[in-house]
Design a protein around this ligand. Structure first.
Ligand code: UDP
Length: 343
């Protein structure tokens, strides 16, 4: 069975491609390679089509199996990771975010409906990458965050993802489009095999930046605020191992293929770690120190985002394998040394 993975050359998408392959699926990747890496096609031995999700003619070719990359096999479902995900950039250039994340997703949903009709049936199912950024700054009494927590995104990135969630609701009601929405908390870590991992340019995420400061690729790590209402004053996040995210996609896909419907799940560990906790864990794992200094708060950072993922555990039998921060850091460290070398 062939699955189309948009954004499969990116960080989370590439790990999901491997999970699908290990689960016995054939995979075709569609990626515009703006932030993704072409080399992943080789690492994963997967056909990679460079293109835009908003290219309807290309989508039709891929979904129907007419595109050469599909080797004659029509696509049975889509995992949709492709998106721009820099919050700051989304505030300075919202048009780019709405066009890419929202506009292109609308084209994809229409193509799924059309292809289903062409086959004389329901729209093809979709697994959609959403984010805890759709919750905005949740009230203290809403933490840990459940899926029914009010969604009030505070930047165009979060709103673009929230809007696609709304589209999926409407397309489900009107056309019967089956979907699973996953709201990720902080994706982190790397494949323990050491050949896949986080490689953003520019890098803005805490764990790779901490490792950069440890290896000397950067002089220091800035801690964005230490006066938050948290035990050590730094922000708390729910870091979830990318392999556990990938595994959830496999389970979500199987559920959709078996029973259809519309589902939404948080993906997190249920445990929070502060910026200071991450720094300490990185020092412990690498046995090295780093320079840090406290900088201004970063605009739009909520003090605390921690999921409850009980719904995914209950309905998908999803069990995070690498729930401990230390394992996330260990795997990120192996990848980081391989990708960037040691000083
Ligand atoms: N952070 C930090 N210094 C950095 C990058 C991030 O202190 O150089 C903090 C950030 O304020 C947040 C946490 O680390 O509280 C996680 O940030 P990241 O950008 O990794 O993920 P986000 O939570 O924004 O999705």
């Amino acid at each position: 069975m062939t699955i189309l993975v948009t954004g499969g050359a990116g960080y989370i998408g590439s790990h999901a491609v491997r999970a699908l392959q290990q689960g016995g699926f054939a995979v075709v990747v569609l990626d515009n390679l703006v932030y993704g890496h072409a080399s992943i096609a080789e690492t994963l031995a997967v056909p990679l089509v460079q293109g835009q999700v908003g290219d309807r003619a290309l989508l039709d070719q891929l979904l129907s199996g007419e595109h050469p990359a599909c080797a004659g096999e029509p696509v049975q479902a889509v995992l949709h990771f492709a998106a721009y995900a820099y919050v700051g950039e989304s505030m300075s250039d919202p048009a780019r975010y709405y066009r890419n994340n929202l506009g292109d997703s609308l084209v994809l949903l229409e193509a799924l409906v059309a292809e289903g009709r062409r086959r004389g049936g329901d729209p093809l199912p979709l697994v959609f990458s959403s984010t805890c950024a759709t919750y905005g700054i949740p009230a203290q009494d809403q933490i840990p965050i459940r899926e029914d927590c009010p969604q009030r995104p505070i930047n165009p990135y979060g709103r673009s993802k929230w809007m696609v969630e709304q589209l999926l609701g409407d397309f489900g009601a009107a056309y019967g489009l089956p979907s699973v929405i996953f709201r990720y908390f902080n994706a982190a870590g790397a494949d323990p095999a050491g050949d896949l991992g986080e490689d953003h340019d520019p890098e803005t995420h805490l764990i790779p930046l901490t490792l950069d400061a440890i290896t000397g690729r950067r002089d220091h790590l800035k801690i964005f605020g230490n006066d938050y209402p948290t035990p050590d004053g730094t922000c708390i996040r729910d870091y979830i191992h990318v392999i556990d995210l990938a595994e959830a996609h496999l389970l979500g896909l199987r559920k959709l293929l078996a029973e259809g419907g519309q589902h939404v799940y948080n993906l997190g560990t249920g445990h929070g770690a502060s910026v200071q906790d991450v720094i300490s864990a990185a020092q412990a794992v690498t046995s090295r120190g780093l320079q840090t200094y406290v900088a201004e708060r970063r605009a739009g950072d909520p003090p605390m985002l921690v999921a409850t993922a009980e719904k995914a555990q209950r309905e998908l039998s999803w069990r995070p394998r690498y729930g401990e921060l230390r394992m996330i850091l260990e795997h990120a460290w192996v990848w980081h040394q391989r990708r960037f070398g040691q000083p």
